[in-house]
Design a protein around this ligand. Structure first.
Ligand code: TXA
Ligand code: MG
Length: 343
């Protein structure tokens, strides 16, 4: 298949492809999505095929405005409206009871649906032109880091889908925050572009699903099915080194060999001369780290490194999402040096 490259102005062309059952990679503020008409089960099934995605991992339904929530969800709690009012369009996915018009192939048979209104003018325009919701997972091949620019999309999906819309680099860089609103206490299923602290400002108590910080035990079922899969991982094994950044830099420095890759904060790049280094932004700027992380993880696959060490931010703000993606890329292989000045 020849994959067409579209610009952000090609709204009608993108909508036409979707209307005919085709797949289009569409930019969002978080990461690029691989979109299909959500109400066309055959089109949605092609998403799983193109990504090599397991059949039990449901897709997020994208809508252009909060008034569409009732079309696809039922028993919507006031908290959902409060969140939408404050954070939509934006990097927040809510899990709610679904209506029966949402095809089974979207939710993988669950009686809930993950739904979000993305904050990207081109995606919103496509939704309005199509006048239907778009089902879209992140546009990567299953298991790879999510795409944060059109070049990543081409890398993974050229020849597999009808079109890729180039919207430039994504402003957030990690996927949306997922909160389950079907439980008595709202539950964070995946940290993402909206900080947990912001959710708590609106919701009060928010539980954090165990899968966010720890590997699953054998046979354990996560509440967001996608959290159980190996993800984001470069080919070389990753070790996350958590704690005070000066200490983690020293720890890594003592362990580097000829084919060691390092993911580090900008302040430490010069310490690692001679190894393959991907800087992800200042230690003080988790927003920048979020924007650059997936590109850094992808970059190692074009190198000869056979082991990767990564510095890791703390859990405040977007740090929780960055740390979660790093830990998942590492298969939860983590060395925690703690905070403080001790050497
Ligand atoms: O930022 C994002 O959320 C991007 C852009 C394209 O919107 N999308 C994205 O989709 O990251 P995906 O498919 O890569 O991740 C969706 C996650 C998966 O872990 C999936 O298991 C979970 O959401 N999920 C979807 N529907 C769910 C549901 N009804 N209940 C629990 N988890 C759900
Ligand atoms: Mg994904």
């Amino acid at each position: 298949m020849k994959t067409q490259l579209l610009t952000q102005r090609d709204i009608d062309a993108a909508a036409a492809i979707l209307r005919e059952g085709g797949l289009v990679a569409i930019p969002t503020e978080t990461v690029y999505g691989l979109g299909a008409d959500a109400l066309n089960p055959a089109a949605v099934a092609r998403i799983f095929e193109a990504k090599g995605r397991p059949q039990d991992n449901p897709l997020i339904l994208h809508i252009p405005e909060v008034s569409w929530l009732e079309r696809y969800c039922r028993n919507i709690p006031p908290a959902a409206y409060a969140l939408a009012e404050r954070f939509w369009p934006g990097p927040l996915t809510m899990v709610l009871p679904r209506r029966s018009n949402v095809p089974n192939v979207v939710t993988c048979g669950l009686d809930t649906v993950g739904i979000r209104c993305p904050n990207h003018p081109a995606f919103l325009a496509v939704l309005r032109a199509l006048d239907r919701p778009v089902a879209a997972p992140s546009g990567n091949l299953s298991g790879r880091p999510s795409p944060t620019c059109a070049a990543h999309m081409v890398e993974d999906m050229d020849g597999r889908i009808e079109a890729i819309m180039d919207g430039g680099p994504c402003g957030v860089g990690v996927e949306s925050t997922i909160v389950d609103l079907t439980t008595p206490i709202p539950r964070l299923l995946r940290p993402g572009g909206l900080p947990l602290e912001a959710l708590r400002e609106v919701l009060g108590e928010v539980a954090v699903d165990r899968a966010v910080n720890a590997p699953l035990a054998a046979g354990e079922k996560p509440r967001a099915p996608g959290m159980k899969y190996r993800h984001y991982a470069p080919k070389a094994p990753v070790t996350v080194v958590a704690g005070d950044s000066r200490r983690t830099a020293r720890y890594i420095l003592r362990r580097i060999g000829e084919r060691t890759g390092v993911i580090c904060f900008d302040e430490y790049v010069s310490d690692f001369q001679g190894c393959t280094v991907e800087a992800i932004g200042s230690a003080k700027d988790v927003g920048e780290q979020a924007r650059r992380l997936f590109d850094a993880l992808r970059a190692f696959d074009a190198t000869e490194v056979d082991v990767i060490f990564a510095q890791c931010p703390g859990d405040a703000g977007l740090g929780l999402a960055v740390a979660n993606r790093l830990k998942k890329a590492a298969g939860f292989q983590i060395v925690d040096l703690g905070e403080g000045e001790r050497t």
